[in-house]
Design a protein. Sequence first.
Length: 212
Amino acid sequence: MYDNGWSYIDSSYRNGYVLSEALSNINPIKKEQDGNDALELSREELLSRLSFDMNVGEPSGLSLEQFRLILSENNKDKNEILEDNADYFYYAEQEYGINGVFLASIAIHESGWGTSRIALDKHNLFGYQAYDDSPYDSAKQFETYEEGIDLVARVLIKYYLNSKGTSIYGGDVADGRFYNGTTIQSVNKHYATDSNWANGVYGIMKELYNNL
């Protein structure tokens, strides 16, 4: 990656430059981290951290098994999209330092538990790049759900949850152009036009945490 935000890609069939933020860092191998179970926080410890003013720019502390638990067997998840991608919310938390439950709650809020047309047709759980006047047509197409989870996690950490110049993932630094703080409400200011977005996302977070 270069300082100007571009990366050079050398593949077996094509070489060239792409914007670094368009690249994915998905771990395709689903595996437990060594020692994860030994460090698992209790339900009570995790619930004690939950508040509307919590810092969502830092990890939730849930283990992989706890992510799977809070996103499993929910009758609202009609196509089991959230359940099937629970591991990737955990991986995003581990890789980028974001609260993965917050990330999952955004996906649920924006996609209606994965039932929206944008989610189903475009693998886009977040309504990412959807404009109010043409939400379906303008929404970004992803090849997989995990690709969208990965990208939105990086966008939130780089542009919304860290001030300019803060060291973040992969040796990069935050752009911080939409930084207003590290609470759900502070993200709401620039991320969503709906002023009640933060309340909706937090309501889903509480529901997920209570599944522990």
